[in-house]
Design a protein around this ligand. Structure first.
Ligand code: ATP
Length: 306
């Protein structure tokens, strides 16, 4: 069953078009990623589907409700949890107070004490918002999105600014949310995050969907490209390498050569080296990744990988 359906969504801010034409469907029980460079229209898209912004065209349906209609929006708030980039909580509000306040908005809220424990915030219940670390603030934001016992949840750039440990803890929480039967729409900048968590991903660029696929499917679209990098023990002529049909490009980084290509790239290059009695020191081989797919699809290098 489709939990979220977005068809030809269009949104302008004045004369500027933020979302040209975005369509995707999120199935029940999925972790669905929305991935794209800065300013691609990701947040605008999720704000429209959460009913936080009116749309200028297209159709949006979340759990069978139209977020643009006032009565249906009220019903949607009971079943859709939303965590956006800015929490807007007052600095002096304590963790438990924030959760109790949010719980009061729902007909059937979660047990606040249980939620605090699940999110590792039990010992922070009496701490003021401004005294929380970045990771704790994000966990509180997830708790606030979950306090209404939603059937689906929107999480926008959940792990931006977190250290690697806090990021991993947050990923585990997202998996627990899905395992509890909640459908997750995850807006992210991070390839690693999409690869680790998402069942499917929509790549958005300049207000348009450029691909919807599994992370592995997206990586495969980048082709069967491979890259190998090593330090040859003796001079190696670019022309010899480029004469091999499997080799597309050769680049030097100091004493290291980087060779990209397809097919049996590694085999043909290593046998060429063996024939010339050249040893490949520090050899590294890389397959195409989601990162490569992202760059191929959006035509730009991602901030994280730059
Ligand atoms: P980021 O990854 O940087 O958060 P994003 O993909 O979420 O970006 P949006 O925040 O949806 O992108 O922005 C899409 C475009 O709309 C951008 O050009 C942005 O400057 C513009 N925009 C976003 N919000 C507003 C607003 N409230 N008023 C005017 N323009 C806006």
């Amino acid at each position: 069953m489709a939990v979220i359906e977005v068809e030809h969504l269009h949104k302008r801010y004045g004369q500027d078009i933020a979302v040209h034409d975005v369509s995707f469907t999120v199935e029940e029980g999925e972790i669905f990623g929305v991935l794209g460079p800065n300013g691609a229209g990701k947040t605008t898209t999720v704000e429209c589907l959460a009913g936080l912004r009116p749309t200028d065209g297209g159709r949006v349906s979340v759990l069978g409700l139209d977020p643009g209609r006032e009565r249906e929006h009220t019903a949607l708030r009971q079943v859709l949890g939303v965590q956006l980039q800015e929490s807007g909580l007052p600095d002096k509000l304590k963790v438990r107070e924030a959760l109790d306040l949010y719980a009061s908005f729902y007909r059937a809220p979660a047990d606040v004490t249980g939620l605090l424990t699940r999110l590792g915030l039990a010992d922070k219940a009496g701490t003021r918002y401004k005294q929380l670390s970045g990771g704790q603030k994000q966990r509180l934001a997830i708790a606030l999105a979950m306090v209404g016992n939603p059937r689906a949840v929107v999480l926008d750039e959940l792990t931006t600014g977190l250290d690697p440990h806090a990021r991993r803890t947050t990923w585990e929480l997202v998996e627990q949310i899905r395992d509890a039967g909640v459908t997750v729409l995850l807006v992210t900048h991070f390839m690693e995050e999409a690869e680790r968590l998402c069942d499917r991903v929509a790549v958005i660029d300049a207000g348009r969907v450029v691909a919807v696929d599994t992370p592995a499917g997206l990586a495969a679209r980048a082709g069967e490209r491979q890259r190998m990098r090593f330090r040859p023990s003796a001079p190696l002529d670019d022309a010899l390498l480029l004469a091999l049909p499997e080799v597309d490009a050769v680049a030097w980084h100091g004493p290291q050569v980087e060779i990209s290509g397809t097919g049996n790239l590694v085999q043909v290059v290593t046998s060429l080296l063996a024939r010339r009695q050249i040893v490949a020191a520090d050899l590294r081989v890389e397959q195409a990744s989601l990162d490569d797919a992202f760059i191929a699809l959006t035509g730009q290098r991602h901030a994280e990988s730059a």
